[in-house]
Design a protein around this ligand. Sequence first.
Ligand code: SAM
Length: 211
Amino acid sequence: MDFLVARQRMVSTQLPGIRDQRVLEVMGRVPRHRFVDPALWPQAYSDYPLPIGNGQTISQPYMVALMTESLRLNGGEKILEIGTGSGYQTAILAEFSSRVFSVEREPVLAQRAREILSKLGYENVAIRVGDGSKGWSQFSPFDRILVTASAPSMPHSLIEQLSDDGLIVIPVGEWDHQVLKVLEMRERKAIVDDICSCTFVPLIGEEGWQD
Ligand code: SAM
């Protein structure tokens, strides 16, 4: 299978509505197949989530592109990602920023993500095992925070760890159905906008869902 061709087809046919050319270019460059089991490589450029073990999934390419675009990255931002999973979205973020911090609660997934990101040459990523619903205060404030698991409400710790004009993208809602939201700080006020409805795996933790 020619993965480059598959990736280019994914970009040209499966990412309708994504207008940020830099996001499209990065999606066309990062090898999604390397973040899943080789048995799943033939499906790696189809537009659906795939299992990555521990009951978790790598998000569908469209959702990864939409969340990345919604972060409105300029290049210099310090980014916090909650829910490393396979590390695919982490790699996309690392293409935009020199400082990406990511928290994953499943140690096996965190270790696998570290290994593949290192093999692919991403050296600007730090991954911690823990409850990301409380953020990563040691390295705060963050200019952008992306949460790739769904919360019942906006975690306060994440808002507290946001820089003055920072932005959070997070799915918020019910256990089985949520709305992807953007929270933007403007003159110290939080403005929240809805992007679209969505379904994510739960954010399990102190400021997420109970285990
Ligand atoms: N972005 C990932 C990728 O590209 O593969 C997919 C993330 S997956 C949809 C959501 C991840 O959030 C899972 O790996 C899950 O273990 C993790 N997660 C759930 N609750 C968490 C928490 N409180 N802190 C950190 N990670 C958490």
